[in-house]
Design a protein around this ligand. Structure first.
Ligand code: NAP
Length: 261
């Protein structure tokens, strides 16, 4: 176990167990690889089990440790069971990265209600269910040698700035920001650090779920912009969870240099 609680290197996560949601692609996958490289045992979850198995193998080939706990986080029972399984399998839970999310942009007028429901179910409800199940384990971990635990919620620039055609995505990410800050205040005294990461545009699968007839219009702002890489966000998460126990990074807003809003 590392951290400044026992005078060892806070930049290493040896002995820590991390859970990363939405780890089958994009940001979550990059975060999992990065945390494993820091020495954490990383439990990865998403629905696509084959992708998770590939990730586990990749981490193992770099001498890291990852385990797959596949499931659909929009099923509340599954979300709780995944957290319980990780804690039972590894005996502890020090870091949770709530990353799974979906962005179904488009005008509110006439939008398929199913798209709104899917965003609320994953970006908000699933994040709440994972957090609810994880908190007792994080509080327990914070009493250990590292002296702290970490909950990192992946929000978005869309959690800071509302814009037309993103109404419900904005709703979910503003909600994540509010929940993160309130929880941070509740848990500060017990050394569970709660942080939000708010990326701008990152090259991932995220826009591919937008209806094709509106995707081009929604993404046209970024055609000439060098957008972020998933590893840029992984570095931000690593920075947050490797601070010494007396330092809590509450919020990281990270945009491509050329992204104005
Ligand atoms: N890319 C960007 O520009 C950007 C910007 C700001 C914020 N973000 C946020 O970053 C986070 C990660 O997104 P990304 O860009 O990396 O997109 P992504 O590549 O599409 O990854 C989304 C992840 O969520 C998982 N997921 C989707 N539905 C799920 C479900 N029902 N249960 C469990 N897991 C589910 C997906 O895995 P399965 O399909 O295998 O389940 C996948 O691993 C999201 O919260 C997003 O809002 C992204």
């Amino acid at each position: 176990m590392t951290g400044d609680g026992d005078g060892s290197d806070p930049g290493r996560l040896d002995g820590c167990v991390a859970l990363v949601t939405g780890a089958s692609s994009g940001i979550g996958r990059a975060v999992a690889v990065d945390l494993a490289a820091c020495g954490a045992t990383v439990a990865v979850t998403a629905r696509r089990a084959d992708r998770l198995d590939d990730l586990v193998a990749e981490v193992a080939s770099g001498r890291g440790t990852a385990t797959a706990v596949p499931g659909d986080l929009t099923d509340p029972a599954a979300a709780a069971a995944i957290v319980a399984e990780v804690a039972a399998r590894h005996g502890r839970l020090d870091i949770v990265v709530n990353n799974a999310g979906v962005m179904l942009l488009g005008p509110a007028l006439g939008a398929p209600l199913d798209e709104w429901d899917r965003m609320v179910a994953l970006n908000v409800s699933a994040l709440l269910h994972v957090t609810h199940a994880a908190l007792p384990h994080l509080l327990e971990a914070a009493t250990g040698p590292r002296g702290c635990a970490d909950l990192v919620n992946v929000s978005s620039v869309a959690g800071r700035r509302a814009r037309a055609n993103a109404a419900v995505y904005n709703l979910t990410k503003f909600g994540v920001g509010a929940f993160t800050e309130a929880l941070r205040q509740e848990l500060a005294g017990r050394h569970v650090r709660v942080a939000a990461v708010e990326p701008g545009a990152v090259a991932t699968e995220l826009p591919t779920h937008i209806r094709p007839e509106i995707r081009a219009e929604m993404t046209r702002h970024f055609t000439d912009v060098e957008i972020l890489r998933d590893t840029d966000i992984a570095e931000a998460v690593r920075y947050i969870v490797t601070r010494p126990r007396h330092a809590a990074v509450n919020e990281v807003l990270i945009r491509p240099t050329e992204q104005v809003n």
